[in-house]
Design a binder for this molecule. Structure first.
Ligand code: PDD
Length: 277
């Protein structure tokens, strides 16, 4: 397998990073995961916009301009013959010795990336997944796509231990998002999702779904809601680069609606698919 290290595509066996890299020591960096469908980067512009915006929010200096970065990402997916799958890339603040919490000056940020090959999971998109609820113990800048993911990892592990696909996070009962995806619910024909604040990641899949909802004239409210509203929802949707718009059919062992994919979820999925070239 080929990987990206700085601006070179090399064999993964030849890749190495310094133990003094701030990404390794502090989780000081940012990342993106872009879906590859039919050999093309799905919603490439939106992901690149978010990558640059995360960098700005963290005072990270991009070592390459956008055109060069996009070329490197395409070179990587071509080198690994990825037709369907995803590409992961991250940028750390770079190598600093000795270790010091404060951001250093004049250190070159380190870009790395790899790919994964997989087809869309059509059975999951139809049959849905189960979830559990978990405390949202993350920090207060969840709008940045940082490498610091331990709060997310702890919640996802809680889900994995009971065979659930995802953990739905809440802060004292106020639902935010999932450990690695956006959450939307439907009640009486109205879609609801947390507004884009510091408590959630501005999901690209969320953006595609919002476009689909607008096109279909489905009413939508970007409003926070509590756990009781979640448990009374007719439909719930888990949205991310890897999941597209996946129906949630169970939360903490209780069925969502009738425990099957609902009509609004199916309509969103139909319109989502139209975006794929
Ligand atoms: N996760 N919220 C969180 C906390 C996420 O980590 C993600 C994505 C999303 C959905 O974002 P998008 O639609 O842009 O993928 C929401 C990625 C896939 C990951 O960490 O692997």
């Amino acid at each position: 397998m080929k990987v990206l290290v700085k601006d070179q595509i090399i064999n993964s066996a030849d890749a190495n990073v310094s133990i003094s890299d701030r990404g390794y020591q502090f989780g000081d960096g940012i990342y993106e995961v872009i879906r590859v469908l039919n050999g093309k980067l799905f919603t490439e512009k939106e992901h690149m916009d978010r990558f640059y915006s995360s960098a700005e929010k963290m005072d990270l200096v991009m070592p390459y301009d956008r055109e060069k970065l996009t070329t490197l990402i395409y070179d990587l997916i071509k080198a690994n013959n990825v037709v369907d799958g995803h590409v992961y890339f991250q940028l750390t603040r770079g190598v600093q010795e000795p270790r010091n919490h404060a951001f250093p000056d004049n250190v070159e940020a380190v870009l790395t990336g790899h790919t994964k090959i997989y087809k869309r999971d059509l059975a999951m998109l139809e049959e849905g997944v189960s979830t559990v609820t978990a405390d949202d113990v993350r920090w207060l800048r969840c709008d940045i796509k940082t490498l610091n993911l331990i709060g997310n990892c702890m919640a996802k592990t809680k889900a994995a231990k009971v065979g659930a696909e995802e953990a739905i996070l809440h802060r004292d009962g106020l639902v935010t998002e999932c450990s690695a995806s956006t959450l939307l619910i439907v009640k009486d024909g109205v879609v609801k999702t947390h507004p884009l604040t510091n408590l959630v990641l501005p999901g690209i899949t969320r953006m595609v779904i919002m476009d689909a909802i607008a096109d279909a004239n489905i009413p939508v409210k970007e409003e926070a809601f509590m756990l009781d509203e979640l448990f009374q929802a007719d439909e719930a949707i888990l949205a991310s680069t890897g999941h597209d718009a996946t129906p949630i059919i169970e939360i903490d062992g209780k069925p969502v609606g009738n425990g099957k994919r609902g009509p609004i979820t199916a309509e969103i999925q139909r319109r989502y698919d139209l975006r794929i070239e």
